[in-house]
Design a protein around this ligand. Structure first.
Ligand SMILES: Nc1ncnc2c1ncn2[C@@H]1O[C@H](COP(=O)(O)OP(=O)(O)OP(=O)(O)O)[C@@H](O)[C@H]1O
Ligand SMILES: [Mg+2]
Length: 218
């Protein structure tokens, strides 16, 4: 990212929320973006994840100039390049574990039969294959987050993007999720994790800080 600015319209005024963001993330990094509430973390995550546009600057993701892409192209890039993990898991309550994990592959046009072994392998990697017929409300918080991680991993995206992934978890369960991230990073996954918590951030290999919309990479 070079010189990314992002503002929101507030009545007659514009509120500048991201100010001249410069950030380079290499393949295989485990980066934490650390900042207080309201500093612009989720706004930045939405841009990194190609879910929101920006006013100016350039963003090159794996060779794609994101600022020049049409929505239809962005949808494809998002599906292939990025696995999302949210604070509140965002699982579909009426779907069981297997069905939730399958969603990104179904979007890519896989049949259920093709998707099944890939999903089960991904669930095995987070230790939840035996729970595959459970609904989200029949799982603990940590298990739900592991399902969300399995879903994020399913299409083998280049980047795992996590917004406060341990925010809804107790300390012990949060540590399990962070350990899983460390394992995934060791296996070569690029991880970008957003947090307000220095303890959580310290699990990453590199920490950058965001304060009032400005990024400090030291
Ligand atoms: N849709 C919007 N319209 C106007 N202002 C917005 C909008 N979304 C966010 N903001 C403002 O942008 C700033 C950054 O918000 P953002 O959600 O990125 O913060 P955050 O660092 O993720 O905070 P938190 O830790 O509380 O989740 C805040 O001051 C917020 O009020
Ligand atoms: Mg936020």
């Amino acid at each position: 990212m070079r010189g990314i600015n992002k503002s929101y319209a507030m009545g007659q005024e514009r509120l500048l929320v991201l100010k001249d963001i410069n950030l380079t993330v290499e393949k295989g990094e485990f980066l934490a973006i650390l900042g207080p509430s309201g500093s612009g973390k989720s706004t930045l995550m939405n841009i990194i994840g190609c879910m929101d546009n920006f006013d100016s600057g350039e963003y090159i993701l794996d060779g794609n100039a994101i600022q020049t892409m049409k929505d239809s192209q962005l949808t494809k890039i998002r599906n292939r390049e990025i696995g999302f993990i949210f604070q509140r898991y965002q699982l579909i309550p009426s779907y069981n574990v297997l069905q939730n994990v399958m969603i990104p592959l179904i979007i890519r046009g896989y049949t259920r039969r093709e998707a099944m072994p890939i999903c089960r392998e991904s669930l095995r990697s987070v230790g939840l294959d035996e729970r595959r017929h459970h609904k989200p409300n029949e799982l603990s918080g940590g298990q739900q987050q592991r399902v969300a991680i399995a879903r994020a991993l399913i299409g083998n995206p280049n980047i795992l993007l996590a917004d406060e992934p341990t925010g809804a978890l107790d300390t012990a369960t949060g540590s399990e999720v962070l350990e899983l991230f460390q394992q995934l990073n060791e296996q070569g996954h690029t991880i970008i994790m957003i947090t307000h918590d220095l303890n959580v951030a310290s699990h990453a290999k590199r920490v950058v800080r965001i304060v009032d919309g400005q990024l400090f990479t030291q």
